[in-house]
Ligand binder design. Sequence first.
Ligand code: MLT
Length: 257
Amino acid sequence: MDRVNLSFEEYGQGVPVIFLHGFPFNRTIWDGLVPLLQKRARLILPDLRGFGQTPPTRGVYGMRLLADDVLGLMDDLQIEKAALVGHSMGGYVCLAFARAHPGRLAGLGLVATQAAADAPERRQERLKLASRIARRGVKILAENMPTRLTAHASWNEPLRELIARTPAQAAAGALRGMAEREDAYDSLAQIHVPALVLAGVEDQIIPLERARLMAQMLPKGWLVELPGAGHMPMLEEPEQTAEALRELIHCAEAGLK
Ligand code: MLT
């Protein structure tokens, strides 16, 4: 499938750090971190295919396809190596990128994400949900997801509004792409860049044990657990999330030098 040009925003200077949002969000999910990090690095915030201001395409949005869109953005910006930070689905994209383009990576930030593929029942649920969304829109996601994402009630309405704006075609394409993603455990040992694994202790979407396991299996991995956070650490604990990312930026810079 043809690549798409990703809409993006950028801030600051220094080592390039590309932030990949999760499902079914867009780049604005990272906005609260920009003032906390923009003096430290060059922050690049794309909207993945179909989300935010990047137009949707037909078909399945496989994680490798989304990773190759990011590679295309790096090529356009003439960025040889970047640190990639991915939230949840964005983390699946980071792992696909790491496997396909290891030489373009300076560091990895895996936020509320996992290396495991879907179990068969989860895969079936996703495919069913994708068909329903393709027919009837994303309302079901906007209504059901926010309270599972965070226990911080003040975020429920903004998240509901954000999800409601996601095009159904993109949501269905990404669900189908996540359903077909492979287990990434085998490739973790080949990731030789600094790798932060950041997890909310209260995450209801991705179990904490999966973050712990991933951090253990990454040769240069370390784990930061945030007790006050669920699935959305960048919203729930922005200061602590930024602090963990500063450490990643520091390590990625050292690796680049
Ligand atoms: C996400 O937040 O990106 C998704 O909920 C991840 C998933 O469904 O596996």
